[in-house]
Structure formats: C-alpha cells, structure tokens
Design a protein around this ligand. Structure first.
Ligand code: C5P
Length: 232
C-alpha cells in the first residue's frame, strides 16, 4: 500500500456515517473507524463500509494479555479490515501474539500498527501516573523499535515524529500520522499540527484527517484538496 489519506469517521452512529460516506461517489476514501462507532454499531458497520468499497483502518487499540489479544485479532482479521492497531505498552510478547492471531490460514493479514504513547500523555503524567522516568521522545522511539522487532508494520505517531521513527526503524516502517490541518484551517483541540503538504515532505506514509474533512462545508472538495497536497 502506498501513501494515502485516511478519513477519521468520528461519528456517533451508522446513519450519520453512511450519509457522510455517500457523498463520495467518485474516489472512495480510506476510512478510520474508532471505538465510539464500533461499540455503538458493532462489526456490521465495518462490513457495510467495506461493502461500499472503502478500505478500513479499525482503530480499537487493543491492550490485554497476549492470548486474549491473539484471539481478538483473529476476529478482526476475519472482518477483512486493512489496518488495525494495539498499544505497544502491552509488551513485545503481546504484539507477537497479535500478529499470530491476525495472520490468516493463507498467510495474508491486515497491516498491524502500534500506538506508542498517546498524545494525551505528557511527561508529567507519564512520570506521576505510570512511573516512567525517561524522556517521552525516548519512550516513543523505544516503543516503536519494540513494535518493529515484534514484526509490526508501523506506528501511529505525530507528523513531527515521523522522520525520527523512519531513521530509527527504517524507511519501510509505516508512520500513520494524525494532527493534520490545512494552512488556512481551524486547528481545534490539536496542539501540534502539520499541513498535508508538510506531512508529505517529512515522509508520513498515511495521514489521518478528521474534522478538516468531516466538518467542511464541502467534504468531497476538502478530501480532494488533502489528496492533492499529500499524494500529489
Ligand atoms: O478531527 P481530527 O483531524 O483532529 O481527527 C484526528 C483523528 O486522529 C481522531 O480520530 C483522533 O482520535 C485520532 N488521533 C489523534 N491523535 C493521536 C491519535 C489518534 O488525533 N495521537
């Protein structure tokens, strides 16, 4: 899979999501489905969106004992999603088990990427709540290396970390980056943002874009602008 724009469908329910997706009659965007929509609608929403011709990143961020994650990943693999993810904090053994579960009998599997430290976690909460005393960027890169060593395909990271992840984990290790905004757009609650063009420049493999597209007056035009800037 090459560079692509993934649209974060952060809607509360099926109706709103399908209404939004039906605007796209030409090119069908790669779609991210998160916990809110998945827990509200169940696996059927994944089947429905897949049936309409979209690729799917199922963003459920699994984190449990290796055996449970392995079995759950086998279920997601049968749903035929294209990318799924987990928390690198679950350990290398958990990530290896996840890959095993994800791999189908014919050897194919969805891409598997890891969340390192959530961007909502800062140095202070990491130290006070998690008792991790290393600098946060060192922790992020260590978790990314663990993911690569476990055989995963990449990480979710800030566009600002993408270059460093590639230099440490290799150019083929995927960086999937949210926090993207148009130069003339609202940044909302995102703190550190980058334009699609800048994300392309620093080597992001996939950008995850929500509100700049979902809340735009013309979502199809906003999606096209994003693709033009990022993919060219
Ligand atoms: O609307 P917006 O473009 O900010 O949406 C970005 C998407 O990426 C949301 O689904 C958000 O949950 C997700 N995300 C993020 N930052 C992270 C990880 C995921 O914004 N560090």
């Amino acid at each position: 899979m090459g560079k692509d724009v993934i649209v974060a469908c952060d809607f509360a329910g099926k109706e709103q999501t399908l209404e939004f997706l039906s605007l796209f009659t030409d090119r069908k965007p790669f779609v991210k489905i998160g916990m809110e929509l998945f827990y509200a609608e169940g696996p059927e929403i994944v089947r429905e969106i897949k049936k309409r011709g979209h690729k799917i990143f199922l963003d459920l961020k699994l984190h449990d004992i290796p055996n449970t994650v392995k079995k759950s990943m086998a279920v997601l693999s049968r749903l035929d999603v294209d990318i799924c993810n987990l928390h690198a904090a679950g350990t290398v053994r958990m990530m290896e088990a996840a890959l095993e579960g994800l791999t189908r009998e014919d050897g194919t599997r969805p891409l598997l990427i890891a969340v390192t430290q959530l961007t909502s976690t800062d140095q202070e909460s990491m130290e006070n709540d998690l008792l991790i005393h290393e600098p946060i960027d060192k922790v992020v890169m260590h978790y990314a290396l663990n993911a690569r060593n476990a055989g995963l395909d990449g990480v979710v990271c800030s566009p600002l970390e993408a270059e460093k992840v590639h230099s440490i984990c290799g150019r083929d290790f995927l960086t999937v980056t949210p926090g993207v905004r148009f130069a003339d757009g609202d940044i909302g609650d995102q703190k550190r943002v980058m334009t699609p063009a800048a994300a392309k420049e620093i080597g992001s493999d996939y950008i995850v874009v929500g509100r700049p597209i979902t809340a735009a007056d013309d979502p199809v035009a906003a999606y096209k602008r994003c693709c033009d800037e990022f993919i060219g």
